[in-house]
Design a protein around this ligand. Structure first.
Ligand SMILES: [Zn+2]
Length: 518
């Protein structure tokens, strides 16, 4: 220990310091990047080796120049920046290794939109150990190692020569441009620290754009006074493959499979993460713009709208009644509040006491959110056993992870069945329930977990979603001619139809129901 400390006390040149940081960044944090290149390039062995060496040199050059410049210009602040990057690099690589994620724009957006309570599901002693060894120790080196900075001219010569070498190698490899552009998402997502630095900037500029007001839809109007209630349930990470209703081998839907008048559609989500999936369920059409959302539009048209949520990440909702699970458990202190059952509490009274004839209730659930599926359902729904109690157990025993996940689907089955039974019991009301998931989920297939891969890479399970509909007798007729697979924008237009909202924004091609004749 004393020897290590005495080595740390010996000052080294900025050149040597930058070389050490640059090599360490390559070796400690970029192994997944190089193994991706090695696995996915189908050149000859020598061709691949040449590419790998070339990329390594360019990476060393860039890291060297960054370290040199940051340290020279910012001094102590520069050290802190490098130390922080070590910590984040270590965390990022841990997630790349453990969950096969890529640190792309989607992942960064998910990180920004995740609450501590959900993120804490990922924390494990593996993670902390990894961060200490591969993050904190390098960070200490960056903070404590004495450095002789030298003259600015010298620094510029080093950086200039390094960049020149990098440029020459890049030109020699110019014929690889096509391959790189075909794999840009993956390569960018595995390259540390650039993956999260570049993507964080992209997300910040994107969110800045999103601050813009939503684009108002043309006014609509209610066409009748018939008492009507629609309950829209937005599922979280519920994948079609594990629903008995879609042919899964397990009895995960014992209640719904007995329900009469249930319609089960083949459907895909528009994205593989919550913010985009939820937006697609609520907006009239696929768009980078923010159009007026279903609850906002229905509310402005005169519908009584209530939003109940145990989730987050939805686009801005502008209605009078927005209730979180915490607020609901304050309202109903007797109800067990740590599962999504709390969202259903008092729902019948809420409907029948409405001052309006048209009611829309949106439940934004979190029932199948990972990675700790075991926390998402009450004990009595633990039908499939044994279950993975934590992340490590789930990685080692995929069957236990699937057991826990299937229990969340079993619980979803119960919740949807309860809603339908409540609606069926309402006298004098037309009623409907729609259940659509925001996206699917990976459960260890090809060592991929969770969700959030870019659509062009995502496995089917991340975007094949359940789309389940129930209506009361004689309310609306279902269309017989629909595409074999429908998508999330069908929700907006079908719900306008159910609520008898006539609107120029309505598109009958995206409605699962026949339009009623006036
Ligand atoms: Zn989600």
């Amino acid at each position: 220990m004393k020897q290590i400390l005495s080595v740390l006390k010996r000052p080294i040149s900025l050149f040597a310091f930058s070389c050490i940081v640059s090599f360490a960044t390559l070796l400690l944090y970029n192994i997944p990047f190089f193994s991706y290149v090695a696995d996915n390039h189908n050149d000859s062995f020598t061709g691949r080796l040449f590419l790998l060496v070339s990329i390594a040199v360019i990476m060393l050059v860039l890291n060297f120049v960054m370290t040199c410049v940051v340290m020279f210009l910012l001094r102590m602040v520069g050290r802190i920046v490098l130390a922080l990057l070590s910590l984040i690099n270590a965390t990022a690589v841990y997630f790349v290794f453990t969950y096969s994620v890529m640190i792309d724009a989607t992942t960064i957006e998910n990180v920004f939109n995740t609450r501590y309570s959900e993120a804490s599901g990922f924390f494990s002693w593996h993670l902390w150990l990894f961060i200490i060894v591969f993050g904190a120790l390098p960070a200490l080196f960056c903070l404590l190692q004495p450095v002789i900075f030298g003259k600015v001219r010298k620094m510029l010569i080093w950086c200039g020569s390094a960049l020149a070498i990098g440029l020459v190698i890049a030109i020699i490899n110019f014929n690889q441009t096509l391959w790189i552009s075909q794999h840009d998402t993956e390569l960018g997502g595995l390259l540390q620290p650039w993956s999260y630095l570049v993507n964080t900037c992209r997300i910040i500029s994107f969110q800045h754009d999103e601050q813009a007001e939503e684009i108002k839809l043309p006014d609509g109007k209610l066409m009748d006074n018939q008492k009507t209630v629609v309950v829209l349930v937005i599922g979280e990470s519920a994948r079609k493959a594990n629903f008995q209703l879609y042919g899964y081998g397990r009895d995960t839907n014992p209640l719904l499979s007995k329900q009469e008048g249930l319609k089960v559609y083949e459907a895909t989500s528009c994205a593989t993460y919550t913010t985009a999936g939820t937006k697609a369920i609520l907006e009239p059409k696929s768009s980078d713009e923010l159009y007026e959302l279903l609850p906002n539009y229905a509310f402005r048209t005169g519908v009584d709208v209530s939003w109940r949520t145990s989730n987050w990440g939805e686009p801005p909702i502008h209605i009078d009644e927005y209730l979180t699970d915490e607020q609901l458990s304050e309202q109903y202190p007797d109800e067990k509040s740590d599962n999504d059952g709390i969202l259903l509490k008092g729902i019948r009274e809420r409907i029948v006491s409405s001052p309006k004839n048209k009611v829309l209730i949106v439940l934004h659930t979190s029932t199948s959110h990972g990675p700790k599926y075991v926390d998402k359902y009450p004990k009595e729904f633990e039908v499939y056993q044994p279950v993975a109690r934590n992340v490590e157990e789930g990685e080692k025993h995929i069957d236990r992870l699937i057991n826990a996940y299937d229990n969340t689907i079993r619980y979803t089955d119960f919740l949807l069945d309860s809603i339908i039974n409540t609606l069926r019991g309402l006298e004098g009301w037309n009623s409907a329930m729609l259940f659509v998931s925001d996206h699917g989920e990976s459960l260890g297939e090809n060592k991929v977990f969770m969700h959030g891969l870019p659509m062009k890479l995502a496995p089917k399970v991340q975007y094949e979603i359940p789309f389940i509909v129930w209506t009361s007798k004689g309310f609306r007729d279902y269309k017989t001619e629909l595409p074999a697979v429908i998508e999330q924008h069908y929700v907006f237009h079908s719900v306008l139809n159910l609520l008898s909202i006539q609107s120029p924004a309505y598109n009958k091609d995206f409605d699962i129901f026949k339009t009623p004749q006036p």
